[in-house]
Design a protein around this ligand. Structure first.
Ligand code: NOJ
Length: 519
């Protein structure tokens, strides 16, 4: 454990997100699998990543890419068996890496046996496992619902798509006039929570290193300030402290001040919620585009607020992207992608690289939705390894791929980028090795923003470790920029683009360039 009560390995963890169905198909059936992932672990390690987050890999009808679980205790047969998954954990550990599974605590698939039982009119062990009203004519207020498909007289709340019924962890303040709203301490919600711990116990016991937790802030209902949900996760934290103190917990919550109170180690900034994450790479004028018309100031203001509220713990993860948002390379192009990674890899908290972002994989436009992807489908296409059949993803005939691939002739591939010393892939490797060699650039070292003005460039911050301080200067704009600086730039440890120079008390940063300096 380190000073922030995290498993020590998180301090220099660099995550690689694997979307298992699209990563590597080892048996030629057109869909990725565990063995395929095992075969690419050396690739991930060689890039410099030492940790993996794998999207849901459990039994599921895949109406939401596996976020609709039908059995929490079984691997999806299309990926392999539980034993194959155990083998994957072993192979990860052999390489001194760690792996987080994706835990979906809030809802199941309608096909889950708990839900089938819960739909029955006769009372049984699963009657209170989900959030049901007590009449088909009453809808759960503020939530979507499933109605009219059960013998049971009631409507069942849903969390996301209408085939994802909400598990019952209770209401923060149940309405006394609505008997179906159960308190967090009633039997049904308590049983759901114990079952959640059993699921965690099962996979942690088998060797996974922790979880990324789906919609972690949404479990207790009518809980606007998150107080009930925080209490629930504190209960989970006690269980983990006793049984699995080394397990790492990363939340999809987007409000670090709350999630960290709940005992999570890190929280994501995301494309929804108040973080201004989209200002960076995904809005009309992204800050990191070379057009140089973006604004970083609101992102920084929100970041600082979160950082202070979470007691200056460097535990906010800023992902390059993920399976829910447009590919990074949709709006950011060319060398600016390198500047993006200089930023992501020099910020506090563990960086997360979405598979394929390291080679600038593109968002594939106009795809028909696959597995509940809708507009997300274009960011979930198969990994492009080389120039062989299906870009090396699968040996299946092209029509058998479960999802279409980027078919453009100039699509980036791993093989080509490995050979090109100026590629994005090679630049990312270089920046990762710089981060790993300097404690001041890692997860828990402090950050202070030096220049992050409204509608202005460059963007500059200071990272302070126990033994050194590093000033990071980023200029994504395609024009020279300057700023006034009180620091003496002693030694350059990394740079990209033209040479940064000092003129009096001003620093001059060439167009599209980056410099990391010891001060
Ligand atoms: C967030 C996941 O990242 C997303 O892919 C999923 O559709 C929803 N949660 C529902 O589980």
């Amino acid at each position: 454990m380190n000073k922030n009560n995290q498993p020590a390995w998180l301090n220099n963890a660099i995550f690689y997100e694997i979307y298992p169905q699209s990563f590597n198909d080892s048996n030629g059936d057109g869909i990725g699998d565990f063995q395929g992932i095992i075969e690419k672990l050396d690739y991930i390690k060689n890039l410099g990543c030492n940790a993996i987050w794998m999207n849901p890999c459990f039994a599921s009808p895949f109406g939401d890419a596996g976020y609709d679980v039908s059995d929490y205790y079984s691997a999806a047969p299309r990926y392999g068996t539980n034993e194959d998954l155990r083998r994957l954990f072993g192979e990860v550990h052999k390489r001194n890496m760690h792996i987080l599974l994706d835990l979906v605590p809030g809802h199941t698939s309608v096909e889950h046996k708990w839900f089938r039982e819960s739909m029955k009119a006769e009372k049984n062990q699963f009657t209170d496992r989900y959030v049901w009203t007590d009449s088909i004519w009453e809808e759960p207020q503020g939530m979507g619902c499933i109605r009219g498909i059960s013998d049971r007289d009631g409507s069942c709340a849903v969390n996301f798509f209408s085939h994802q019924p909400a598990l019952n962890y209770g209401f923060y303040k149940p309405d006394p006039d609505k008997k179906w709203q159960q308190s967090m301490d009633s039997e049904g919600p308590k049983a759901s929570l114990e079952e959640l711990k059993n699921i965690m116990r099962f996979w942690l016991g088998m060797g996974c290193d922790g979880f990324r937790v789906d919609m972690a802030g949404s479990l207790v209902k009518h809980d606007e300030e998150g107080k009930g949900t925080i209490r629930l996760w504190q209960n989970v934290r006690e269980f983990l402290n006793q049984e699995f103190p080394q397990a790492a917990m990363v939340s999809e919550w987007g409000e670090p001040d709350k999630s960290l109170q709940g005992g999570f180690h890190m929280d994501f900034l995301l494309h929804f919620g108040p973080s201004h994450y989209n200002d960076l790479f995904r809005c009309e004028e992204p800050y990191f585009s070379n057009r140089g018309k973006g604004d970083i100031s609101e992102f920084v203001a929100k970041y600082k607020e979160n950082y202070e509220k979470s007691e200056r713990k460097g535990l906010i993860c800023i992902p390059s992207g993920n399976h829910d948002m447009d590919r990074l390379a949709r709006l950011i192009h060319g060398d600016n992608l390198k500047i993006v990674f200089a930023f992501l890899l020099s910020m506090p908290g563990a960086p997360f690289i979405y598979y394929g972002d390291e080679i600038g994989m593109r968002y594939v436009e106009n795809l028909t939705s696959v597995e509940g992807g809708y507009n997300r489908t274009g960011s979930r296409t198969p990994m492009q390894w080389d120039d062989t059949t299906n870009a090396g993803f699968s040996s299946a005939p092209k029509e058998m791929l479960y999802i279409k691939q980027d078919e453009s002739v100039d699509r980036p591939t791993v093989e080509a980028q490995m050979e090109d010393e100026n590629s994005l892939y090679n630049e990312i490797r270089k920046i990762i090795s710089i981060r790993q060699a300097h404690e001041a650039l890692q997860s828990n070292a402090e950050i202070e923003f030096v220049y992050a003005e409204k509608n202005a460039y460059p963007f500059t911050y200071l990272r302070s470790g126990e033994r050194e301080k590093i000033l990071v200067i980023l200029n994504p704009a395609s024009r020279e920029e300057t700023f006034e600086c009180e620091y003496d730039l002693k030694k350059k440890i990394y740079g990209f683009g033209g040479e940064i120079s000092v003129e009096g008390n001003r620093i001059v940063i060439p167009a599209c360039s980056v410099g990391f300096y010891k001060i």
